[in-house]
Design a protein around this ligand. Structure first.
Ligand SMILES: *Cc1c(COP(=O)(O)O)cnc(C)c1O
Length: 338
């Protein structure tokens, strides 16, 4: 047994035994290779270092109630990685190879999958980088796919609770015709200053508005936004947000639970009318929002008076997490059992 304090594990990097790699050379992807090295030897003129040819994914493997290992919607991550690669002109990694690589890296590191009941899980990080040397601004001709895993602790250490968010008008994460819909490192670099300012102010996350008019809700940090009112789950439609697989799943579950669902532009003032609000993504599933401060206008939008998450957020969170841990019926066949 490995000596890890699963319940107090942070969201950080823990060395595991193996990673899986694949090289794109001469116009094609090679065979999957298993490596125990944490390093990537690379040419100093690689396009990922200069021109941001880098895309990644984030998904999780769970040790279920029945002790089985579950992977959640990996075909969705495979497809999104392809879209991200195409978006920044990198070679697209084949869907079946992606699934094979993820299964392989999870199995090889099985001893790092946290036990059921700890709330912890195995985070899986696939990435594609341009490794070919290039000084002119154009796509590389060589790429590397790597997938590694790292055990991560429960997102909510003190239980499922709301946290405060803050609106920024000083920074944009992505532009409407830019790369916001792709999961690429460049968008994260663009978000670091806003994230740091929010953290300094004591907020857990930053809330972005649309880049053109600053009138509509875009995303919160690296998570999608949703609001709830009149038994309706409402999430923004925008061409600068990342299509979250968690959000897509919550939309389906909300309908399944009898809610109405809407994906449409949400004006900032509409925040006033929501009974519940949350941020969603793989890391937390749902991070319920207590209030959102608009410091420029001295305004606070409050969604929880006592810090407790609302009933729909709680129900959706429990159902999705329950499916991932094999406690609830997997009604939409999302989990693959390894
Ligand atoms: C990864 C990510 C999300 C969440 O997507 P999931 O598939 O639900 O994990 C949301 N927004 C951004 C910007 C992201 O990078």
């Amino acid at each position: 047994m490995i000596d890890i304090d699963w319940k107090n594990l942070a969201f950080g990097y823990v060395k595991t035994d193996y990673n899986v790699r694949c090289y794109y050379r001469n116009g094609q992807w090679g065979e999957l290779e298993v490596s125990s090295s944490e390093e990537i030897p690379m040419h100093m003129a690689a396009t990922c270092l200069h021109y941001g040819q880098e895309a990644f994914e984030g998904l999780k493997a769970f040790r279920g109630k029945d002790n089985k290992i579950r992977l959640f919607r990996i075909d969705e991550n495979a497809k999104r990685l392809q879209a991200s690669c195409a978006g920044i002109m990198m070679a697209e990694f084949p869907i079946e190879k992606f699934k094979e690589a993820v299964r392989k890296v999870v199995k090889l590191n099985e001893r790092f999958i946290p036990p059921y009941g700890t709330g912890a899980s195995l985070y899986i990080r696939p990435l594609v980088i341009g490794t070919g040397a290039q000084v002119g601004v154009k796509p590389a001709s060589e790429y590397l796919f790597v997938v590694f895993v790292t055990p991560v602790g429960p997102y909510f250490k003190g239980g499922f609770k709301t946290t405060p968010f803050v609106i920024t008008r000083k920074y944009d994460r992505a532009a409407p015709l830019g790369t916001g819909t792709f999961k690429i490192g460049g968008n994260y670099a663009a978000s670091l200053r806003a994230g740091q300012e929010a953290a300094k102010g004591g907020y857990s996350n930053v809330f972005y508005l649309d880049a053109i008019e600053k009138k509509y809700i875009d995303e919160c940090g690296a998570a999608n936004f949703f609001g709830v009112k009149n038994n309706t789950y409402i999430t923004p439609k925008s061409n600068s947000i990342l299509p979250s697989i968690t959000n897509k799943s919550l939309l389906q579950l909300a309908e399944h639970l009898g809610m109405k669902v809407e994906r449409r532009p949400i004006a900032l003032e509409e925040l006033e009318t929501f009974e519940e609000a949350g941020a969603c993504g793989t890391a937390a599933v749902i991070s319920p929002i207590g209030y959102i401060d608009d410091l420029d206008n001295n305004k606070r939008y409050t969604f929880s008076k006592d810090g407790e998450p609302g009933p729909w957020s709680t129900k959706l969170f429990k159902l999705l997490q329950g499916i991932q841990y094999g406690e609830e019926k997997d009604v939409f066949n999302w989990c693959e059992i390894l």
